[in-house]
Design a protein around this ligand. Structure first.
Ligand SMILES: O=C(O)CCC(=O)C(=O)O
Length: 414
């Protein structure tokens, strides 16, 4: 797919192929002009001929369209237009041997772009990464030996950070060697949370993801979306696109000083970075009930990240690969009492935002509501039934993976 071609002066230059773009180009440009993107189309035509200025201009035009209103209202054709422009810009950087810049632009195309050219973007990433690795000097290979989480953990200190009544009543039950049958009968069908132990030791991630050098090697130059701020319900909260190595630097430097922790949250990282996808396996439990796997998301951040109380529509296995998290769960039957926000975007989030600081006058009954809670330890998976409310706080640097799956047609759930 990638080839080395001769440049004008006879020196070899690097090139990657874009078979889908080649096939779809005319139809895509036609569709963009039908949506009024004439200026974009003329720039894209020049970009296809190798004009980098035109490629960058096309990228900016599409970027503006992506930010012209709420994300769900952006026309898919503009997302594909953005991917196309990213491919042109990345091809230029790759040809110049600017691998990091090429990867940055390809990742932007993957994260912000459409689905039409996804295969071209993925195969270009694979080629650029391979070439980049070939040219890495031994002195650039990390050997810090840094581990994100070591054994020290002060439980007394941590307890002071947790919401009132934490770990004082009913703990989520923990089970080892839980058979699929037992899981189905005792938890899935009865909508009952459980922590499953001893089921991740065979994941390469279990030994690799605590190692900074490994993560930098496979993902350091990749761009990822992160959330910065106390939590996504706060006014100062924002999203940024930064490289994985910058993100790791923030984790190490105690990033809370920057107005809240930086959290790589609910991102389909494993669709983006194939090397990390190979480090995990989909738990068999996710096929219980005959449903369909809906999404795999990464949750990676320093101690102190908080995901406020909310619920999701799907079954969820939250696998704790590195570090520890405190998790509190309220039954789906308590939805009225937990006062969901009324707007559609946040209707799965509770107005009892900060469980550490509940407004007793507004919500006098909240502290009396029954809940189960736990510290989810490295190597454990928590099953969260659909619509169960959950609040999550990381207690150390933490890397977890969530597996969401839907209800099967034949599920006889109560
Ligand atoms: O780990 C977290 O911070 C939140 C996880 C979560 O909300 C989920 O898996 O649905």
């Amino acid at each position: 797919m990638s080839s080395t071609t001769a440049s004008g002066d006879g020196t070899p230059s690097l090139h990657f192929d874009t078979p889908t773009l080649d096939r779809e180009l005319a139809a895509l440009l036609h569709s963009i002009s039908e949506h009024g993107g004439y200026a974009y189309v003329s720039m894209a035509a020049l970009a296809a001929g190798g004009d980098i200025r035109a490629a960058e201009a096309a990228c900016e035009m599409a970027w503006e369209q992506l930010h012209s209103g709420p994300w769900h209202s952006v026309l898919p054709v503009w997302r594909d237009a953005y991917s196309m422009a990213c491919l042109h810009v990345a091809r230029h950087h790759y040809g110049n041997g600017e691998f990091r810049e090429a990867l940055r632009v390809l990742d932007l195309g993957i994260i912000m772009g459409g689905t039409l050219l996804r295969k071209d973007l993925d195969s270009a990433v694979a080629k650029v990464s391979e070439q980049a690795r070939r040219t890495v000097r031994v002195s650039e290979l990390g050997d810090s030996g840094h581990r994100f989480v070591d054994r020290d953990f002060n439980m007394a200190e941590v307890l002071q950070l947790l919401p009132i009544k934490s770990l004082s009543s009913t703990l989520v039950v923990k089970k080892s060697a839980l058979s699929l049958d037992k899981f189905l009968k005792d938890h899935y069908l009865s909508r009952s949370p459980v922590i499953i132990r001893d089921c991740m030791a065979h994941w390469p991630a279990s030994s690799k993801w605590n190692d900074e050098d490994y993560l930098l090697r496979v993902a350091g130059d990749r761009t990822v979306p992160v959330e910065v701020g106390k939590n996504y319900l706060c006014a100062e909260w924002k999203q940024e696109l930064i490289t994985f190595s910058e993100f790791i630097q923030r984790i190490k430097s105690g990033a809370c000083s920057l107005g809240g922790p930086t959290y790589l949250a609910q991102h389909p990282l494993f669709e983006q970075i194939n090397e990390l996808r190979k480090d995990i396996f989909i738990p068999d439990y996710c096929f219980a009930g005959g449903g369909e796997l809906r999404s795999l998301n990464a949750w990676f951040g320093p101690a102190g990240t908080v995901t406020p109380l909310h619920h999701d529509p799907h079954h969820n296995i939250l696998a704790q690969v590195v570090g520890k998290k405190y998790i509190r769960l309220y039954s789906s039957s308590l939805s009225e009492e937990l006062s969901p926000h009324s707007g559609t975007m946040l209707s799965n989030s509770s107005q009892v935002v900060d469980l550490d600081d509940v407004d007793e006058r507004k919500f006098p009954k909240v502290q009396e509501l029954e809940f189960v809670d736990c510290i989810l330890e490295e190597g454990e998976m928590l099953y969260i039934p659909p619509k169960w409310w959950h609040y999550v706080r990381s207690l150390t640097t933490s890397f977890s993976v969530s597996f969401w799956w839907s209800e099967g047609d034949n599920s006889d759930a109560s």
